[in-house]
Design a protein around this ligand. Structure first.
Ligand SMILES: [Zn+2]
Length: 234
């Protein structure tokens, strides 16, 4: 059941996106993936791998993939088409280093996100790559921050640029990336569920069906969500 959408539409003359039909929820599009891979297992911390190493490498990879996915529609995400960083009826604001709220367009917001994440993941003091170098105490909270902002970018692509993504036939990539990302942040509690509520309708469709391929396409589907050999304690 879909819960009612709180309307926080701003009277800026623009029709709030959520009043329109959410194209990305259409079954013919949600079933499009580039792989049927079992992401639930893929995101789990493998034995013998340090948790921070795992978080660092996955976060860096998601950053590159989400940046790439956004770049496919970036020419359509302009100061005119996206005057604010909107996702459905919610608007996000950027906060500068001093915590001052900055009103910005979506492309500016994404640029703030990508450049600050780029800075962090290439900072040897934050994401150490050299042998024997320790992760900083703030590592986990920084990873959480990065994931929160990357989620905003993904959500913006869905809510404002799904049509263009469809035209490019990249929705299978987007769905796959989103599913993998959501299962990753869930596995390690990296983003407050309240933050992702805004996309729960999509998450439910994409992530609950992940793995058990329902619609035809070959293999006699694996036995439900049974086998869980989760290595949690390390
Ligand atoms: Zn945009």
């Amino acid at each position: 059941m879909l819960s009612s959408v709180k309307s926080k539409g701003k009277p800026n003359g623009k029709k709030p996106a959520a009043e329109e039909k959410k194209l990305y929820l259409e079954p013919e599009y949600t079933k499009s993936r580039i792989t049927d891979f079992e992401f639930k297992e893929l995101v789990m911390l493998p034995r013998e791998i340090d948790l921070n190493e795992w978080l660092a490498s996955n976060t860096t990879t998601f950053f590159h993939h989400i940046n790439l996915q956004y770049s496919t529609i970036s020419e359509f995400c302009t100061g005119e088409s996206c005057q604010t960083m909107a996702v459905c009826n919610t608007q996000y604001y950027w906060y500068d280093e001093r915590g001052k709220k900055i009103k910005c367009t979506a492309p500016q917001y994404v640029d703030f996100v990508m450049s600050s994440v780029q800075k962090l993941v290439t900072d040897e003091d934050v994401f150490p790559t050299k042998y024997g170098k320790e992760f900083p105490n703030s590592f986990e909270s920084l990873v959480k921050k990065i994931c929160k902002y990357l989620f905003h970018v993904l959500a913006h692509i869905y809510s404002s640029h799904f049509k263009e993504t469809l035209a490019l036939e990249l929705h299978g990539h987007l769905n796959t990336l989103y599913t993998h990302f959501i299962l990753f942040i869930r596995e390690f509690n990296l983003v407050d569920p309240k933050e992702t509520t805004i996309m729960d309708d999509l998450t439910e469709v994409l992530c609950s069906s992940s793995g058990s391929s329902s619609n035809g396409s070959g293999n006699g589907s694996s036995n439900s969500a049974g086998a869980q050999n989760h290595v949690k304690e390390r």
